[in-house]
Design a protein around this ligand. Sequence first.
Ligand code: ADP
Ligand code: F6P
Length: 320
Amino acid sequence: MRRIGIVTSGGDAPGMNAAIRAIARLAAWSGMEVIGFERGWSGVIRNEYVLLEPRAVSGILHLGGTILKTSRCPEFKTREGVEKAARSIAEDDLDALIVIGGDGSIRGAHELSKLTDAAIIALPASIDNDVYGTDETIGFDTAVNTALTEINKIRDTAVSLERTFIVEVMGRNRGFLASEIGLTAGAEVILVPEIPYNEEVILERLRRDAAKGKRSSIIVIAEGVGKTRELAEAIERKVGVEVRISILGYVQRGGSPTARSRHLASVFAEKAIELLLDGERSRVVGIQGGRITSVSLAEACSNQKPLNLEILKLAEKLAI
Ligand code: ADP
Ligand code: F6P
């Protein structure tokens, strides 16, 4: 294990730089040379990289985003694209590639692992927290706390003007962000893609809350539900309260990583180097029940991470 590569891929997540820093420095302790591919899978395909010596990753621990840049790369979804990436790895004489990214990047890593002799190890990094095999991804905690800071501000005006706010959060297909943000923000209603949208159930809960004297409400909805505007109109028309929409958007993707996100980045990197030194070849690092573990790329890509519905039930009880 002499020479390894790193790539950050897909949606950027706070903590990716902490992971790059930890990998580069821990690899140096084991005598490995480290290169960093630029702009995600497209950088691997084009074989564009920089040398990552221990000093090259100083001053980045606290920075959001990724110094290597990232991308969404349609070409890598083709066999030819993956073959080109495998050729780059061979040309660079890499013994391993560490992939830092979300669910999609890990699926790409799995395809690449079938076409290269190099070891492929993935670190789950995404604000969506939708990676199978880990309770939590790098960046999720930061995105949740960023959203909470914004919702605290929204609550001030909701209470002052006695309005209902629909806060749309990220989560293209899954509701992990919405459910955690909803619980910890004390939302009255949390809507996620995993649960079929039922307008009448929502309206009935809001009518009941109004009857109990609630004068303002916060509804957290994952963007993947796709009903934000429709719901706002229905509430105004059928419940008779003022509604405003606040789409948090890309602030959830940036910002300085929290201690938790930095912690996960560091211990996941440590596990990745350990797996490489143990001769492991295609694994995804994760945390399960507080333990740093790993699952195979194949297992991670053939399963969907279940949403914890108990969180939603608890949030509903707490919002009486
Ligand atoms: P994230 O990793 O944050 O989930 P994406 O879903 O955009 O972000 O995936 C990042 C990149 O990984 C995609 O742009 C594509 O290049 C690659 N990718 C995603 N899914 C696959 C797949 N099933 N097979 C091969 N490559 C994939
Ligand atoms: O994958 C993370 C994510 O932030 C999703 O929650 C969101 O829907 C998507 O990326 C946005 O994609 P893009 O950055 O390409 O607009």
